[in-house]
Design a protein around this ligand. Structure first.
Ligand code: HEC
Length: 489
């Protein structure tokens, strides 16, 4: 499952269609090599993973020009003007164990890229004006990156990694490719598109004032928590659909809460609407006090309680404790006042993808790679004790949703099905079948009479949670031309 998620990220990275402008530009052989445009991206892609600022291999931190030129266990690996005398070039060209990136991690750097590094050194290993030798190159590269223009028509289906109903329940917001799409629930028609910086949204949460918080980013490259005003004026119309500029129009992008080095995966709003939490691939959970409004949001806590990616967060009804789910195979509970971890739930023994807290705070529910929905409470040795496991799923369970009024839990995942359980007894009430691919997202509308599910293949299904009847199906990829399957011979 995880490998599939990672594959998806890689497909998007590798597909030339998606290549960012900076990468696509390349270097015309006539002009001098630019460090920040041509060389730093090569280093980021191939070297920063081991030569980052935290515990760099060979003590060589390549993320700043200053530390790169200081060298690691050896001296400065670059002799300006002399590529043949530069250790950095030696290791790129080496055919023995000294080769970088190391042999066990795969192929050597492409010859054209090595040639570019050599040319840069031959031209004096200069650094572009405006870039301080102390600058964090990851941040410098991020600043120079801009998202691609919106696709007029999708030629591929987009995975629906997140969805949320608008507070009036009339519209459904879905994650697109560098955009949020707003669909009219009644007609299933596209009502609005909001261009955003993030490649995809991983979580969407409406605030009490009607603004929309999005967590997402670009896997392995950047993380983002931003707030959008969907009622702001459109920048233009595209095929009769309003297009809002959520990349640079401050009326649309009203606040950027977080800029991280890797994708942000999840959000939770406290019951009193005064606190917002986000968690992601940097293993951290951030909490903001938004009681004075989102414009005055204040970061109050940065919680390092997990050893791996945080996939889900959920506030307890007391607005003080926070449940979380992680790739580190645990679900945990953090007490914000005491500033300490109060429970660890290890029973999944596999990555945990989702977590929810019962409205009275007496139980937590979590789902994971182990195909189970597990109910637990805050008793027992490590502060958490399993009440029951609810099985039946044919694959990893990725998402969990709780009905606001009825005692129902909904889970969904790799087996393309949604399962509805009775929360107190743990019995499965029904199974909602019809998706043909992984179900990646679930959302209930505010009145609780519609359940939306979003698939890997872009398919959105709207269901009646009371009887499991399918109400509507549409694809969340604007303008997608559905290609008929080839006829079987
Ligand atoms: C998978 C991890 C990994 C990656 C990726 C990697 N390196 Fe290394 N690098 C190492 C390790 C480990 C050492 C220490 C080797 C030793 O001391 O024998 C090292 C050492 C070095 C050194 C010598 C540093 C010193 O002063 O001792 C240089 C130069 C270097 N790497 C350059 C690069 C470059 C350039 C890239 C990207 C093209 C790269 N490395 C990618 C793991 C990596």
């Amino acid at each position: 499952m995880l490998s599939r998620l990672i594959c998806m990220a890689l497909v998007l990275v590798l597909c030339p269609f998606f290549a960012s402008r900076a990468n696509a530009q390349g270097n015309a052989s006539g002009q001098p090599v630019s460090f920040i445009r041509d060389i730093a991206p090569i280093f980021r892609e191939n070297c920063f993973g081991c030569h980052g600022s935290k515990n760099p291999k060979g003590k060589l931190d390549m993320t700043k020009v200053e530390t790169l030129r200081k060298g690691g266990t050896k001296e400065d690996p670059i002799v300006s003007g002399k590529p043949d005398e530069s250790h950095l070039v030696d290791v790129l060209k080496a055919t023995d164990a000294s080769r970088m990136p190391p042999r066990e991690t795969g192929a050597p750097l492409a010859a054209a890229k090595i040639a570019l590094v050599e040319r840069w050194i031959a031209e004096g290993a200069k650094v572009d004006g405006g870039i301080d030798t102390k600058s964090d190159l990851v941040k410098e590269l991020r600043k120079r990156w801009s998202p691609p223009a919106l696709l007029g028509q999708y030629s591929f289906p987009v995975s629906v990694t997140a969805l949320a109903f608008t507070p009036d329940g009339k519209q459904l917001v879905t994650s697109g490719h560098h955009e949020l799409c707003v669909w009219d629930v009644e007609s299933g028609k596209l009502a609005k598109r909001v261009a955003i910086r993030s490649r995809r949204a991983m979580a969407l949460q409406f605030l009490p004032d009607g603004k929309l918080v999005m967590a997402g980013g670009r896997p392995g490259e950047e993380g983002d928590v931003s707030v959008y005003d969907l009622s702001a004026p459109a920048a233009r119309q595209d095929n009769g659909v309003a297009v809002l500029n959520g990349v640079s129009d401050p009326k649309v992008l009203v606040k950027r809460l977080l800029e991280a080095d890797d994708e942000v995966e999840c959000l939770s709003l406290s019951a009193d609407g005064k606190k917002l939490a986000a968690g992601g691939c940097d293993r951290l959970i951030q909490v903001w006090d938004i009681s004075a409004g989102i414009a005055q949001a204040k970061l109050t806590d940065t919680i390092e309680n997990h050893a791996d990616w945080v996939f889900a967060v959920a506030f307890f009804p007391d607005n003080n404790r926070l449940a979380s789910a992680s790739r580190d195979k645990t679900a945990k509970v953090w007490d914000l006042k005491a500033k300490e971890s109060v429970a660890t739930f290890p029973e999944h023994q596999n990555p945990v993808f989702g977590v929810a807290v019962k409205a009275d705070g007496s139980a937590c529910y979590s789902v994971g790679e182990d195909k189970q929905v597990r109910a637990w409470n805050l008793t027992g040795d490590q502060g958490a004790k399993q009440i029951r496991a609810m099985g039946g799923a044919g694959g990893a369970v990725l998402k969990l949703a709780q009905h606001g009024k009825e005692p129902w839990l909904f889970s969904a995942g790799a087996d393309a099905k949604i399962r509805q359980y009775e929360r107190e007894k743990g019995n499965q009430i029904r199974e909602l079948a019809g998706h043909k691919d992984y179900v990646l997202s679930l959302a209930l509308n505010p009145s609780g009479d519609l359940l939306a599910s979003g698939g890997w293949d872009g398919e959105i299904r709207l269901w009646n949670p009371k009887d499991g009847k399918l109400i509507k199906v549409f694809n969340a990829s604007p303008g997608l031309k559905v290609v008929a399957a080839p006829a079987k011979p």
